[in-house]
Design a binder for this molecule. Structure first.
Ligand code: GAR
Length: 204
């Protein structure tokens, strides 16, 4: 099966981007990483992508008069990559429905909570403050609503006595990397079937 063209969008340190890259390099994900889009000047993830020799596109929202112009810039920049899959890996911006409609069911996201609980910012803090005993992460297809869309994979971790946002985030992050790799690998092997909200995995 031909390799999928993958583009990664990220805003920060990039540990999920690194996990995806390492799995692509190991052949676990049937893809080539064609480019990285970053919206934060100086973000560490851009250094990682340069080390891999992957083209970096910096799209600084402050440089654009409107969200529409910002997104059009990204669309124009990534068009040559002919992306089969866009992986949001700690990309902290909501994409518009116009953007998403151009890549319908081709955009994946990871969120550090068991969706549909704790959408939005500081999901791990929300979990600690809510007193839940189980937290985790979710990889899902992106739809115009924030942190919503058909769920591909979830992984759970316990919330322990005395957990802070940071200790819980670290425990969840250990699950994020293998979960994202597994979800992206299934997608790139054409194994995912989406039926409304329900994602199922094709049997061999
Ligand atoms: C990860 O925990 C990811 O799940 C979260 O940002 C972090 C990025 O870390 N994403 C969201 O909260 C999206 N709503 P990373 O830059 O090391 O991958």
């Amino acid at each position: 099966m031909p390799k999928k063209n993958m583009v990664i969008f990220a805003s920060g340190r990039g540990s999920n981007a690194v996990a995806l890259h390492d799995a692509v390099a190991a052949g676990t994900i049937n893809a080539d990483i064609k480019g990285l889009v970053c919206d934060i000047p100086g973000a560490a993830v851009m250094d990682r992508a340069r080390e891999w020799g992957v083209p970096v596109i910096l799209a600084d929202r402050k440089k654009f008069a409107s969200k529409q112009e910002f997104e059009q810039f990204i669309l124009d920049q990534i068009a040559p990559f002919q992306a089969d899959v866009i992986c949001l890996a700690g990309f902290m911006r909501l994409l518009s429905s116009d953007f998403i409609s151009q890549y319908e069911h081709k955009i994946l996201n990871i969120h550090p909570a068991l969706l549909p609980s704790f959408r939005g910012l500081h999901a791990q803090r929300q979990a600690v403050e809510a007193g839940v005993k189980i937290a985790g992460c979710t990889v899902h297809f992106v739809v115009p609503d924030m942190d919503a869309g058909p769920i591909i994979i979830q992984a759970a971790v316990p919330v322990l006595d005395g957990d802070t946002e940071d200790t819980l985030a670290a425990r969840i992050l250990e699950k994020e990397h293998p979960s994202y790799v597994q979800a992206a690998a299934l997608f790139c092997d054409d194994k995912l079937i989406v039926n409304g909200n329900i994602v199922s995995v094709k049997k061999d």
